[in-house]
Design a protein around this ligand. Structure first.
Ligand code: HEC
Length: 147
C-alpha cells in the first residue's frame, strides 16, 4: 500500500515537471530608469540586486531548485505578488506621490525586517544591520529629492 502511494507520488511529480510557470526574465535593462532616478551607489545597487529585485523587478535570478515544480509555482506567486506591490521595472509609470509612498514603505519594511521576506532570507541570507541602514539612508535621500 505505502509502496503504491510512494510510486504514485513520484509519477505525479515527474508529470508535474512538464508544467512550469513563465519566467520573470526581462533583463536588468528594465531597472535602468529606476536606478538613474534614484542613483544608488554601486554598493546599494548590488544590495538591491541581491536582495530585492528577484521579487520587485522584471528580472529574477532563479536558483536551481526554482526549476522544480511545485517550487516554481510557489516562487512565481511570490514574484507576482511582490511586483504587484512594488515593481522597479515600471518605476517611470509611477507618479511622484506613488514613488514617495513606495520608498516610505521600503524604509518601514527594511526597518522592521519585513523585507526581504523571511522565506527568502532563509536561503539567501539576510541583509546585515549595517547594510539595512545604508539602504534606509539611500531611500530617505531619494525621498527628499522627489519633493
Ligand atoms: C521573495 C520575494 C521578495 C523579496 C526578496 C523582497 N520582497 Fe518586498 N515584497 C514581497 C511581497 C510578496 C510583498 C507584498 C507583501 C505583503 O503584502 O505582505 C512585498 C512588499 C514590499 C513592499 C511594499 C509595497 C507596498 O506598497 O505595500 C516594499 C516597499 C518592498 N516589498 C520592498 C522590498 C525590498 C526593499 C526588498 C529587499 C531588501 C524586498 N522587498 C525583497 C516579496 C519580496
Amino acid at each position: 500500500m505505502i509502496k503504491k502511494i510512494g510510486i504514485s507520488l513520484i509519477v505525479l511529480l515527474v508529470i508535474a515537471q512538464f508544467f512550469r510557470p513563465d519566467k520573470n526574465e526581462s533583463g536588468y535593462e528594465t531597472v535602468v530608469a529606476f536606478e538613474s532616478e534614484t542613483s544608488p551607489s554601486p554598493e546599494i545597487k548590488a544590495m538591491l540586486r541581491a536582495n530585492c529585485y528577484d521579487c520587485h523587478s522584471a528580472q529574477t535570478q532563479y536558483p536551481w531548485y526554482a526549476a522544480i515544480t511545485p517550487v516554481s509555482y510557489w516562487l512565481a506567486d511570490h514574484i507576482e505578488h511582490g511586483k504587484g506591490h512594488f515593481d522597479v521595472s515600471v518605476w517611470d509609470t509611477y507618479t511622484n506621490k506613488k514613488k514617495d509612498h513606495k520608498l516610505e514603505e521600503l524604509i518601514e519594511m527594511v526597518e522592521d525586517k519585513t523585507m526581504p521576506l523571511d522565506s527568502y532570507t532563509w536561503i539567501h541570507g539576510d541583509l546585515s544591520e549595517e547594510d539595512a541602514q545604508k539602504l534606509i539612508d539611500w531611500a530617505k535621500k531619494v525621498r527628499s529629492t522627489l519633493k
